[in-house]
Design a protein around this ligand. Structure first.
Ligand code: HEC
Length: 101
């Protein structure tokens, strides 16, 4: 092993720790407890879960359905079709426009 390899090998665990810390930070935006929450965590692959909170005053069931569908069709979100209903139900229950509950 040359010195460079040794340095890289030594630095690697540190990098992993930092990446881990960043991921933990991101997940600080906590979604409300509820059925299907773990599926909704898939939304955090691309952007902060803030987006869900920010849009909760505006979106009813049709709105959330359209939004989730758009994430998949337009942005290519890797979310299985069978999860869509669970996710939309969770969003309506916990982050739906209040008149819709
Ligand atoms: C493949 C990446 C990806 C995934 C996964 C994803 N989104 Fe998005 N989302 C985007 C992009 C790109 C935008 C628009 C650009 C921006 O403003 O960052 C966006 C924007 C949004 C917005 C803002 C309003 C809008 O329509 O532009 C909401 C709300 C939203 N996403 C909700 C969700 C929800 C809920 C999920 C999980 C079901 C999800 N996203 C998963 C990529 C993704």
């Amino acid at each position: 092993m040359n010195t460079l390899t040794q340095m890289v090998a030594a630095a690697l665990p540190l990098v992993l720790v930092l990446v881990d810390a960043a991921a933990a930070q991101e997940s600080k935006v906590m979604l409300k407890e509820g059925a299907g929450r773990e599926k909704v965590m898939q939304c955090a692959v691309c952007h902060s879960l803030d987006y869900i909170q920010m849009n909760s005053p505006f979106l009813n069931k049709a709105g959330w359905n359209a939004s989730v569908t758009k994430m998949i069709d337009v942005y290519g979100a890797p979310i299985p079709k069978e999860d869509v209903e669970v996710i939309v139900n969770y969003l309506v229950q916990n982050y739906g426009k209040s008149t819709d509950k």
